[in-house]
Design a binder for this molecule. Structure first.
Ligand SMILES: C[S@@+](CC[C@H](N)C(=O)[O-])C[C@H]1O[C@@H](n2cnc3c(N)ncnc32)[C@H](O)[C@@H]1O
Length: 213
């Protein structure tokens, strides 16, 4: 009888490493795409908090591509970059008031138990703006699609999903927190049925009118 254990093990290692490399390639490609959608919002030298940094590729890309001075913060350690990651409890942000020029909250709010509390903290630590990337839904069918897509995206990590909202619900929350929506952009990706929105919020604004959907 031939013992194939060594061969099987070699094949497993090969496929695991191929899958790992493919996943890394896709995540870095996504980070480059997101960065291209943020380049009008983040300037060279900006002190930026990447709140809920995940694998860290987006924060790292913003640093290398746009020159942001990025701090990665999360409640879990999924960091795949060489940038330091600060882990915290998910409650109070471990920073002083107005410590950052901007806070980026990229696809995090629907993963938080209390998004309003997180936004209050983001408001406290920023002196300029909060940039939010979030998936929204309009119909029950959209909600089903967005939930399915989120499960697929997070199949390999322990990130829990607590709930998606409609655009108007987010706008209502921003307003109730005294955050002014100064820019709203739909991020389009080929063949992606989910509606991804980018909201830019300021504490004090010169712009009187909120952009319409
Ligand atoms: C879908 S990932 C997004 C990661 C990254 N921002 C990106 O766009 O690639 C959501 C992240 O939010 C983090 N998260 C959930 N609740 C959080 C909280 N209260 N404070 C900070 N991060 C949180 C999760 O640990 C996870 O890393």
């Amino acid at each position: 009888m031939v013992n194939n254990a060594g061969l099987d093990q070699g094949r497993d290692i090969y496929f695991t490493s191929m899958a790992h490399r493919l996943q890394k390639y896709l995540l870095q490609w996504r980070a480059r795409k997101l960065c291209a959608n943020l380049d009008d919002q983040i300037a060279n030298g900006d002190k930026l908090l990447d709140l809920g940094a995940g694998d860290g590729y987006v924060g790292k890309q913003l640093m290398s591509e746009l020159g942001a001075d990025t701090t990665l913060l999360d409640i879990n350690n999924n960091n795949r970059t060489d940038l330091p990651l600060i882990i915290y409890s998910g409650k109070e942000l471990p920073f002083k008031d107005r410590e950052f020029d901007s806070v980026l909250i990229s696809y995090v709010l629907h993963h938080t138990v209390d998004p309003v509390a997180l936004l209050k903290e983001a408001k406290r630590v920023t002196r300029n703006k909060i940039i939010i990337l979030e998936d929204v839904y309009k119909s029950r069918f959209d909600l089903w699609i967005v939930t399915l897509s989120d499960h697929i995206m997070n199949v390999f990590n322990e990130t829990k999903t607590y709930g998606f909202k409609r655009e108007d619900d987010w706008r209502h929350i921003f307003k109730s927190l005294g955050l002014v929506l100064v820019d709203r952009k739909q991020i389009r990706t080929a063949l992606d049925p989910v509606c991804h929105l980018r909201f830019t919020l300021r504490l004090h604004t010169q712009i009187q009118q909120e952009p319409t959907a």
